[in-house]
Design a protein around this ligand. Structure first.
Ligand code: DGL
Length: 253
């Protein structure tokens, strides 16, 4: 059995999932890696993401962590299937089905926001229309948002960027945040839409609820970039003190 549930993402988006899971399952052991050194994932090629994914999974395997949640739509849409074939000894969960499961079957006009990579795969429109034949789904890439959230573009105004993306999108009843970073802008997004907002958090909680057994023990958080900076980001955004460890994935495997 796996010693912990691994969670992966390029940064703060995965932390939204980790934090929600840790709160809901206080005895469970989660190990989260924020690969901030390689952020953003959304503009990377499939080949680059495969290398990234392999490094992350090798890191978990070394720790006997064999069950991993891809708390990242970009990895889930681009390389999850390939990695499942390469790592048959692991159980790998993607976040997209979990998110789509939260879209109402009555939704008529759905707008999906995601990274360039995720949107290029059209997984959301495929899965939503499979479930709901009458839904009209528009997917738009919103590549400026992750650098903004990660604090790599401090000089840019969030609301101006959101207005640019959302201005002409009227009549939408459901807006899917197809990137785990975007719930961190949910309050801003709500000022531009009356649509019901769907993110990846509730579906991720349901996934853990559905597991036959949940490993218990200590939780750990790693970043590949700068532990003080990540700790400070977490404190500022989530108002929690989280111990963060530094990991060099290029060196570790
Ligand atoms: N949070 C990730 C996602 O859900 C990755 C975003 C990025 O690094 O571009 O897609």
């Amino acid at each position: 059995m796996t010693t912990s549930i691994g969670i992966i993402d390029s940064g703060l988006g995965g932390f939204t999932i980790y934090q929600a899971l840790k709160t809901r399952f206080p005895q469970a052991s989660f190990v989260f890696v924020a690969d901030q050194k390689k952020s953003p994932y959304g503009d990377k090629t499939k080949e680059e993401l495969l290398v990234i994914g392999r490094r992350l999974l090798d890191f978990f395997l070394e720790k006997n962590i064999t069950e991993v949640l891809f708390a990242c739509n970009t990895l889930s849409s681009m390389v999850l299937e390939l990695l499942r074939q390469e790592y048959p000894m692991m159980t790998l969960h993607g976040v997209i089905e979990l998110t789509v499961s939260k879209v109402s079957s009555k939704a008529k006009k759905v707008l999906v926001l995601g990274t360039q990579a995720t949107i290029s795969q059209h997984v959301y429109s495929k899965l939503i229309t499979e479930k709901n034949k009458n839904a009209w789904v528009e997917e738009i890439a919103t590549p400026k948002l992750v650098p903004l959230i990660e604090g790599m573009a401090d000089d840019i105004d969030v609301d101006e960027v959101l207005e640019g993306y959302l201005r002409k999108k009227s009549g939408v009843d459901t807006m899917v945040l197809g990137c785990t970073h975007y719930p961190l802008l949910e309050r801003n997004i709500k000022t531009f839409t009356d649509a019901r907002i769907v993110n990846s958090i509730d579906g991720s909680i349901e996934l853990i609820e559905s597991l036959e057994s949940i490993p218990t023990g200590k939780c750990r958080v790693f970043t590949t970039l700068n532990q003080e900076r990540f700790q400070e980001q977490i404190r500022k955004i989530f108002d929690v003190n989280e111990e963060v460890e530094l990991i060099d994935l290029e060196e570790s495997v």
